[in-house]
Ligand binder design. Sequence first.
Ligand code: AP5
Ligand code: ZN
Length: 228
Amino acid sequence: NVMILFGPPGAGKGTQGPKIEGMLNIPQLSTGDMLRAAVKAQTEVGKRAQAAMNSGALVTDEIVIGIISDRIKEDDCKFGFILDGFPRTLVQAKALDKMLASNGESVTKVVELNVPDSVLEERICGRWIHKASGASYHVKFKPPKTMKVGPDGKPDPETMIDDATGEKLEQRRDDTATALVKRLKEYHGSTVPILKHYEPKGITETVNANQAMDGVWGEILGALKGTK
Ligand code: AP5
Ligand code: ZN
């Protein structure tokens, strides 16, 4: 059971992924979360990835393929996994096929979260994340319980706290309007074309992700029918 959660920045991959994880009981692997952890820890990979990530460019195929091929060998991946943010180029898609084929496996489902670019700036610029767990919030669409808005209409950063742990939330360095333009350019230029790689296999499902989070989840459930 190898599922790819596909979609542009802000589509809801990180929002819906944990729910699928809970339902199918297989881990969600986000290359973005793994890279951010590497940057925070200032590992060799983190240092190499940092500048590209902050600007909204893609990290090299070599780095992310290395991260994923190590991660899927771990024990909790033996019944499958959900990929969030990988593959993002044709080179990565082919490398994934190869890794899986060596165990007689293949990608079983690609769920594309379809959403127009025009709504993504508001989603991205209003996002706050809890770095340790990867949980994401939004000032308008999913505020943390503690959020208070100041006289300037902006949320008071001191009140942006993770509901589950009480720890502080942060904004991502690449969640700016400028970096988003670059991220969308990469998405349409390098990532969308790989759907053509999966379409002939008849495993792609498209979900309307331009609706409230619960509605998106309902459609994902429909798309996953028959997947246990
Ligand atoms: P990555 O972390 O993968 O970022 P991304 O693809 O740009 O996706 P996001 O995390 O921004 O979006 P999401 O779909 O998870 O949105 P979320 O659910 O949080 O990658 C970051 C960087 O790492 C890349 O730019 C690159 O440099 C590098 N990288 C990673 N993988 C790589 C790879 N394979 N190859 C090369 N480089 C790689 O939602 C967004 C916001 O909207 C949240 O605030 C949420 O609350 C809100 N929201 C969600 N759904 C809804 C809804 N239905 N209605 C209203 N609001 C919603
Ligand atoms: Zn994400």
